[in-house]
Ligand binder design. Structure first.
Ligand code: F6R
Length: 242
């Protein structure tokens, strides 16, 4: 794992944006694996800036997001589709029809999961996957458990994740209890992975993920098995690692 230490959240975001812009220069029709949450907001802002400056070109890019809540319409302000439209897709020159998220509003969720697996296969797999890190070590919505699940699947969110996400909803009761997430197998099949981690509250779990045993009880630990992971973190998050 390559570790890039940065002095601040802003520098972390700029470093990550350069990596994404370079990926699109090398391969304009790259399949980008994208994430939601607080961590990538700076990166998405920076990509918007680079795009406006003509330094990043999304015109041929395709994207697949890691996850989506179950039961929220695409138009719901807290759906991940809405988040991505607001924070990235509307601010760069990507064609919206080339951006994909799991269909959390589907009546048949198993069919929606299989369709997403098929979609990623048909796109030729993920060239560069962005990941954030949950406080319990989750990646995507792959929560700690007894085994790694390979493909797209429906998950029950843990109480901790519901608590963490409640800040985006009017009340905790409104936070969906389930989500569709890409599986660990799909994440590991990405050709390159960028893990972004910021803040002292993630330092301990990040340390365990990178230096501890590989275990489904800490899903991010599986990244130790991937040949091309770049961890970009700020000083507070990397404190225990360096
Ligand atoms: C979001 C996702 C999650 C987040 C993680 C960290 O698409 O897949 O795994 O990356 O929960 O969230 P933040 O960045 O809000 O701390």
């Amino acid at each position: 794992m390559k570790i890039i230490l940065t002095d601040s959240y802003e520098e972390m975001s700029r470093r990550a944006a350069k990596l994404f812009a370079a990926q699109l220069t090398l391969r304009p029709d790259s399949v980008l694996g994208l994430a939601t949450g607080s961590t990538p907001l700076g990166l998405y802002g920076e990509l918007a800036r680079l795009c406006a400056a003509g330094e990043a070109d999304f015109s041929k890019a395709r994207s697949v997001n890691l996850d989506e809540y179950v039961g929220l319409a695409e138009t719901h302000p807290q759906s991940y589709r809405h988040f991505m439209d607001e924070h990235l897709f509307s601010r760069v020159n990507v064609a919206r029809e080339n951006t994909y998220l799991p269909d959390g509003a589907a009546k048949d969720l198993d069919a929606a999961c299989s369709a997403y697996d098929r979609r990623i296969r048909e796109l030729g797999g993920i060239d560069l996957q962005l990941l954030g890190l949950g406080h319990d070590g989750h990646i995507g919505f792959n929560e700690p458990g007894d085994c790694f699940v390979p493909g797209t699947h429906v998950v029950a969110l843990t109480e901790r994740t519901i608590d963490a996400n409640a800040r985006f909803f009017a009340s905790r009761d409104e936070v969906p209890r389930r989500a569709i997430t890409m599986g660990i197998g799909q994440i590991l099949q990405a050709r390159r992975i960028v893990l972004l981690v910021s803040g002292a509250d993630k330092a301990e779990i990040l340390y365990k993920a990178v230096r501890g045993p590989v275990t489904p009880h800490l899903p991010a630990s599986v990244l130790q098995l991937h040949a091309d992971v770049t961890l970009i973190g700020d000083r507070a998050a990397l404190e225990k690692l360096i």
